[in-house]
Design a protein around this ligand. Structure first.
Ligand code: ZN
Length: 327
């Protein structure tokens, strides 16, 4: 993919006031108990099975995205699409969840993405508390996979002192994604105000350098866990397909951001996309594939727990949350 200064700026310019690395470092490990608070939602975890593999969805919180960040947005079309999903409509901003997932394949306990940072949005940063509520300790995590390196996916990687939060975990990361964020030409071409995002990503990844594995393309990374390149949103965004006993689930990261709008209007993009056209191409091809194959997906910003099916609906698609299952 050709990365131009313009496309980079396009992706960064709309990012809200970004955290300095120190603020990123301050986000992990703050256990905020939600279970006992009057008026709180249920604890933010949800269990799902894929054959013999146990999946735990973890809610990190939510963030409000202004509709002005949506490419292709049209108020009347948005209102109609939102009504079809039974969500409340706002022409100003849309609340989207930030989800992460733990998968256990019998050998490894793998965390896919680590939520956001309170400095990025004060309504984020609850991943570790919800992990605790789900009975998973940070030291239980043996491996970390990241879909990409945006701030809402790498928040809990390190403690306040900058050391590994998941001390027994090794990082397995997309080479394209890692290299993009560590490319000094990219950093130099980034406006000064937005360089902290790059510096923060580098800072939270650094403690994991020891034992870090990099990969490209489609590969079986762990038993039953295979990578799937999903470029466009970022240079090296990766999806992960978990398979066991004839069942599967695709973790698709940020292929789309709005449950309310982008199944109905998959041609709509977001200002965070590094390459809007490639992101759209990836999204359209993937929606076609998962709807045809009836392959369930897990989305970082799909309504929590973010696990469900994509159904064809006329010229577009419809999201069908996975039915509850006993685990
Ligand atoms: Zn995201």
């Amino acid at each position: 993919m050709k990365i131009t200064k313009r496309s980079l700026l396009k992706s960064l310019v709309a990012v809200p006031a970004l955290a300095a690395p120190a603020l990123v470092l301050a986000s992990a490990g703050k256990a905020i108990s939600q279970t006992a608070m009057p008026g709180a939602q249920a604890p933010g975890f949800y269990r799902h099975r894929v054959g013999d593999i146990e999946v735990t969805a973890l809610l990190d919180g939510f963030t409000d995205i202004p509709t002005s960040f949506i490419f292709g947005y049209d108020e009347a079309a948005a209102k109609e699409a939102t009504a079809k999903t039974y969500h409340p409509f706002s022409n100003e901003a849309i609340s989207i969840p930030v989800n992460a997932y733990v998968i256990k394949n019998g050998t490894d306990t793998i965390l896919i993405d680590t939520g956001g940072i309170t400095a990025f949005a004060p309504t984020l940063g609850k991943l570790t508390a919800n992990m605790e509520a789900a009975g998973i300790k940070p030291e239980d995590i043996t491996a970390i996979l990241l879909t990409h390196l945006h701030p809402d996916h790498i928040g809990a990687l390190v403690k306040e002192d900058g050391s590994k939060f998941f001390e027994n975990a090794t990082l397995t990361i997309s080479e394209d994604e890692y290299n993009f964020m560590h490319n000094d030409d990219v950093r130099a071409a980034t406006p000064e105000d937005f360089r902290p995002m790059i510096d923060a990503a580098r800072a939270v990844l650094a403690p994991y350098a020891d034992g870090q594995k990099m990969f490209t393309g489609e590969q079986e990374l762990f038993a039953g866990v295979t990578s799937l390149p999903l470029p466009g949103h970022t240079a090296g965004q990766m999806g992960y397909i978990v398979s066991s006993n004839g069942e599967s689930l695709l973790f698709w990261g940020d292929v789309l951001h709005f449950t309310t709008l982008q199944f109905e209007h998959p041609e709509w993009g977001i200002a965070f996309d590094l390459d809007v056209d490639l992101a759209r191409e990836t999204r359209l091809a993937l929606l076609e594939r998962v709807s045809t194959e009836r392959m369930p997906i897990a989305g970082a910003h799909v309504d929590f727990p973010g696990i469900g099916y994509v159904e064809k609906s006329g010229d577009a698609y419809r999201y069908v949350p996975t039915p509850w299952m006993p685990v």
